[in-house]
Design a protein around this ligand. Structure first.
Ligand code: ZN
Length: 401
């Protein structure tokens, strides 16, 4: 034989192929391995037996997905024995930090959220992120060395170089959150703004699974957006695409924290919802209280949410005419309100062209306040995705530094 190829060499190549597929996929059934390798059932079985004997792989029951087969047992998954690592998802909000650890197959190991004033203290916030991450690692029996990837969400625009770009979080401006985290933990994070991660979370694990074209709206302290086109998050030339809240809706409107004026967010936000309603109520309102009132049928709260939905929907109608999405997912602190979603629906029907509007389903997010951290997990598991990385990114401007 010209190559000195032998049955032994072929078997070694097949063993290496199975190992490399498992490295990428995490856990797979024998049937999955057959499909991915193109090898026969008996060959895959024999390879798996050898890898089990050598301690390279382990078996575990797949309890994560509903089993529809006939034997009444969940399928058995094969995974690398060394696959003990975790990925970390971190969601930094305006008033909270949430950290989750997940296995390489995305099953959540541990998750925790703490209240924190993030806006005024970037360095204190990153200290808390690092300590929370260490707490979770220790509690789950892991070390920093076990972390295979980190996704990090920040509530403001992050450019492709991972730098905070605008005055939306003034004290964070110019900061590189990935470098801040790396300096504290030695871990390399992929950084996105929170609404981008919300879109990724709903796409990977939530209500948008299986969809390829959608708009994610985060209705919270501000109004954020994430555009998914043909299955991929649109980040734009510098990474800050999707700034739904800064579409101008009133040329003579009030100045916005972004430096423009009359932005959607100057009229529609959680704080605006409260301040709009407060004069008509004796009690001290909060966003959760407004949602409770609306759910109980309170006319004022319902009306305010519906009006806000119409304003968001009017902006979405223009974007929808350009992108032809099949889904609008509304998340964030008050995105789940039916009155808000009904307002969005009305405005889409009124302002988008009829065939565009007819193609759109408006739904609330399935992950709620966990959408961002789950998006961060998705980014951590898929390092080739579009998230901005640390300062050694090849896309870094050659004139920088
Ligand atoms: Zn603005």
């Amino acid at each position: 034989m010209a190559h000195g190829g032998s049955l032994g060499g072929l078997r070694a190549a097949n063993l290496a192929l199975v190992v490399s597929i498992l490295e990428q996929a995490g856990s797979l059934s024998r049937a999955d391995l057959m499909r991915r390798t193109g090898l026969s059932r008996s060959t895959v079985s024999s390879l798996v037996v050898q890898l089990l004997d050598e301690g390279v792989v382990v078996e575990r029951l797949d309890r994560g997905t509903p089993y529809k087969g006939g034997s009444g047992r969940p399928p058995i998954l094969i995974e690398l024995a060394t696959l003990t690592g975790v990925v970390a998802g971190i969601d930094v909000g305006h008033r909270h930090v949430r950290v989750a650890l997940a296995r390489p197959d995305s099953a959540i190991v541990l998750e925790r959220s703490v209240t924190l004033d993030v806006d005024d203290s970037p360095h204190g916030s990153m200290d808390r992120v690092a300590s929370l991450l260490d707490e979770l690692l220790e509690e789950s029996g892991h070390r920093r060395d076990d972390v295979r990837g980190v996704g990090l969400g920040i509530p403001g625009p992050v450019d492709r170089e991972g730098r905070m770009t605008s005055g939306i979080l003034p004290t964070w401006r110019g900061l590189r959150p990935a470098d801040e985290l790396a300096g504290r933990t030695g871990l390399i994070a992929r950084v996105h703004n929170d609404a981008h991660l919300g879109a990724r979370g709903e796409l990977a694990y939530g209500v948008a699974r299986g969809h390829r074209d959608l708009i994610y709206v985060k209705a919270s302290t501000g109004i954020g957006g994430g555009l998914i086109v043909d299955g991929r998050l649109v980040t734009g030339s510098t990474g800050i695409a999707g700034e739904l809240g800064h579409v101008q809706v009133d040329v003579n409107g009030v100045m916005c924290r972004c430096g423009s004026r009359g932005c959607l967010e100057t009229e529609v936000s959680g704080p605006k919802l409260v301040s709009l309603l407060q004069p008509a109520y004796d009690e001290q309102l909060t966003v959760p209280r407004v949602l409770e009132l609306a759910e109980a049928g309170d006319a004022g709260a319902t009306r305010a949410l519906n009006d806000f939905g119409r304003r968001i929907g009017r902006v979405l109608a223009t974007i929808a005419n350009l992108l032809n999405p099949g889904l609008v997912v509304v998340g964030g602190a008050f995105g789940g309100a039916p009155a808000l979603q009904a307002g969005i629906r009305d405005a889409l029907d009124r302002y988008a062209q009829p065939t565009t509007a007819a193609a759109i389903t408006v739904v609330g997010g399935a992950l709620g306040e966990r959408a961002e951290v789950m998006g961060a997990i998705a980014v951590a598991l898929d390092p080739a995705s579009e998230a901005a990385g640390p300062a050694d990114e090849p896309s870094r401007s050659p004139v920088a530094g």
